[in-house]
Design a protein around this ligand. Structure first.
Ligand code: SAH
Ligand code: SF4
Length: 415
């Protein structure tokens, strides 16, 4: 979500003739921040110290803090005299208007300055919903981003087009609660109808992804439509957070383990080629050792392709905040290690099944190792693929024959 907003703000500034700074002397420094866990907030605050030092050397520099942590950390940010702007992330247009107030007077604003501009990144991020109306007890999102507002289809199509025009090769349709799309729209469009409309409007777009889905809202109709759209990548991110009914209840997740199992079963049945991932929170205040064992047993039975796990981080003004953070950090880390060990063994086995297949990879760039002729991208199933190629295929789709597999990635050669 932040990526999408940042791309839009960046696009606006570029349209006004600004350039992206490549060294430490920018005229304008913007942080678009996350508040989902305290770690993200801490990182922003510590980076801010560095920018404050730069501003001492270059006093005309303007510093703006945007997004969720601008809201959650407002009182402490207001005490920092070097911060010129604090603007929450509820409304993109308001964010853009706020950023414009930081520009020097000599910059002439164009009449269309607030309309859809995108800087253009390989993956075009298109929010289809802003905010969330669910009330998971650990989650700060409804407070920082507000209640759910689905965007009308025309706006989604317009923004997708803007991304593709600026060179994006794949589109991510984004919502905190993707499957609730349309509930708040008068025309009552269903999420599968919206995805189909985007799919059919842009035949040149070879890959469409969507994030994030709540198990409660998975329907057979959604799966049937999505599995029939050839350019929707076969990948389903379905966070379940915990395998224990008692913890799910305390989390106010409105689902049970049985619902999660049923919905995962539907995905396997209706869209068998889809890889599946989840999010798991470790160390929620009421999570006993036996609850965590339930999470392990659920993970073990679901044969997931990926899982993102997070140590519980208490967030002020959420319902769970009052429960404190009673599980010691060492215990949380120990549970995390056990989960990672289990996931590692599942993925080693599952990823080996890709060996011998040829997959279409959207190439992000040279491999981080810096080795000659090595590149990295993602397969339709979301697997990172590292491969050898004689030419530099960055920014294009290439076929890669998988020859090796690891716990978290696949390896191969451009064919
Ligand atoms: N809307 C998405 C999740 C958005 S936040 C959904 O409901 O699936 C992304 C992930 O961050 C969540 O799935 C959860 O696993 C994690 N998360 C959210 N709040 C957290 C907290 N307070 N502590 C630790 N992890 C958290
Ligand atoms: Fe947060 Fe729950 Fe909404 Fe996801 S569904 S954004 S976890 S409140």
């Amino acid at each position: 979500m932040n990526g999408a907003d940042s791309d839009s703000i960046e696009g606006m500034l570029l349209s006004l003739g600004m350039e992206k700074a490549t060294n430490g002397t920018a005229d304008l420094v913007l942080y678009n921040t996350c508040a989902v866990r305290d770690k993200a907030e801490h990182r922003m605050v510590s980076e801010l110290g560095e920018v404050a030092k730069a501003k001492r050397l270059y006093p005309s520099m303007k510093i703006g803090i945007l997004g969720c942590a601008a809201e959650s950390l407002r009182p402490s940010l207001e005490n920092r005299h070097y911060v010129d702007l604090i603007q929450d992330g509820k409304d993109l247009e308001e964010m853009k208007e706020a950023v414009l107030t930081l520009l020097p007077d000599e910059i002439e604003l164009t009449p269309d300055v607030l309309s859809t501009h995108r800087a253009g990144h390989l993956s075009g991020m298109v929010p289809v919903i802003r905010g969330c109306s669910y009330m998971c007890s650990y989650c700060i999102v409804p407070r920082t981003r507000g209640l759910q507002r689905s965007r009308p289809l025309e706006e989604i199509l317009q923004e997708t087009e803007a991304c593709l025009d600026k060179g994006s090769k794949e589109i991510y349709l984004l919502g905190q609660n993707f499957l609730a799309y349309g509930r708040d729209l008068r025309e009552g469009l269903k999420p599968e109808e919206m995805v189909r409309a985007v799919h059919d409007a842009f035949p040149e777009c070879r890959r469409i992804r969507f994030l994030t889905s709540h198990p409660h809202d998975v329907t057979r109709s959604f799966l049937e439509v999505l599995s029939s759209l050839p350019r929707v990548a076969p990948y389903f991110h379905l966070p379940f957070q915990s395998g224990s009914d008692a913890v799910l209840k305390a989390m106010r997740r409105i689902t049970t383990r049985a619902v999660v199992e049923k919905k995962m079963g539907w995905i396997r049945e209706i869209w068998p080629q889809a890889s599946i991932s989840t999010d798991i929170i470790i160390g929620f205040p009421t999570e006993r050792a036996s609850d965590f064992d339930d999470t392990l047993s659920l993970v073990d039975s679901l044969d997931l392709d990926f899982a993102y796990s997070f140590l519980y981080s208490p967030r002020p003004q959420t319902r769970a905040w009052e429960m404190g953070d009673p599980i010691p950090h060492t215990e949380k880390v120990d549970r995390m290690t056990r989960l990672q060990d289990l996931l590692g063994s599942i993925w080693s086995r599952k990823n080996a099944q890709w060996i011998g297949n040829t997959v279409s990879v959207l190439v992000e760039g040279p491999e981080k190792s810096g080795k000659a002729n090595r590149f990295t991208g993602r397969s339709p199933s979301w697997h990172p693929v590292h491969f050898t190629s004689d030419i530099d295929p960055t920014g294009t789709f290439v076929d890669v024959k998988i020859e090796r597999s690891g716990k978290t990635s696949l390896g191969g050669v451009h064919v």
